[in-house]
Design a protein around this ligand. Structure first.
Ligand SMILES: [Zn+2]
Length: 297
């Protein structure tokens, strides 16, 4: 997460409009020279290291929740560390950039202010100098939905990070519940520190842990079986008609177990016709014709 510095932030000049927005949060009327304004990239809709991403509607909801939230240093909650506060947010669509799954890149930009005090001078200099530019946000969402089938992640057979028919499965984070913190993270110690995401864990979810584990094992077995079935179909395809193989290689991923079994038995029948079983002996009452040409030494 990067801090996107504003033109105004670098010079430390605060426009009248921004100052008005800041003063909505300040206890005493602040003047332009009293405050330092900068912007922060809070979160976006790109798939992260955990194969999770925010939906656009979640980002919009987070945009409302983040207004008024104070920023801290390295997730330390001591009051002395609460240095800056977000006074407005903006959901921005970058038309020149697309996400890894082909959607326009959307990010939540937070505008924050802090007082130009002696104790903040060092941090302001660090932001200006690009040393403190990584941030991470802490928020919670209600649901984590499978990008392949739309089920709750874990309730379906898809696994985050795996490919299904050319599409990578990821968890879409839906329903912003809370935005409780955003934090400066020193560079490079925790470079690339991302978004801390918490899920609202239901009591029901906890008590089914054992069943869940058993289902996971069964699902793994099922995946193995399906994988072997696909391999067998592709092998039979090579036996019957090599030219079909490239097209079939892509489509087996989209087929379910029933379709794969049907295709397998159809291919087996065809292979049997193409290559009928041969016996060495011609059978009772038949005379073996012997042709010496086959036995040249
Ligand atoms: Zn799924």
């Amino acid at each position: 997460m990067k801090i996107i510095k504003d033109g105004t932030a670098a010079g430390g000049v605060c426009t009248g409009e921004e100052l008005e927005a800041v003063n909505a949060f300040a206890r005493t009327e602040l003047k332009a020279g009293d405050v330092y304004i900068f912007s922060v990239l809070l979160c976006d809709n790109e798939v992260d290291r955990d194969f999770e991403r925010f939906s656009e509607s979640t980002l919009r909801e987070l945009g409302e929740l983040f207004v008024g939230v104070t920023g801290i240093c390295d997730h330390d909650w001591r009051s002395g560390n609460q240095v800056a506060r977000i006074y407005r947010t903006e959901l921005i669509t970058d038309k020149d950039r697309t996400t890894s799954y082909g959607s326009p890149y959307v990010y939540l930009k937070g505008y924050a202010y802090m007082l130009r005090t002696e104790s903040n001078a060092e941090l302001i200099a660090e932001i200006d100098g690009g040393i403190k530019r990584e941030t991470s946000v802490g928020c919670s969402v209600a649901r984590s939905v499978c990008s392949i089938c739309g089920e709750e992640i874990g309730a379906c057979s898809h696994v985050k990070g795996r490919q299904y028919g050319g599409k990578q499965c990821c968890a879409i984070l839906e329903g912003a519940v809370d935005a409780y913190e955003w934090s400066f993270v020193a560079v490079p110690a925790q470079r690339g520190a991302g978004v801390i995401k918490n899920f609202v864990e239901t009591e029901a979810g906890k008590s089914y842990a054992a069943e869940y584990e058993a289902l996971e094992k069964a699902a793994a077995l099922g995946r193995k079986y399906l994988c072997e079935l696909k391999a067998e179909v592709l092998r039979l395809c090579l036996v019957c008609d090599k030219s079909m193989h490239p097209a079939l290689e892509k489509s087996v991923d989209l087929m379910d177990e029933t379709a794969l079994c049907e295709l397998k038995s159809a291919l087996e029948k065809r292979a049997e016709k193409l290559y009928p079983p041969l016996t060495q002996l011609p059978g009772r009452g038949e005379v073996t014709k012997f042709c010496g040409d086959e036995y040249i030494i």
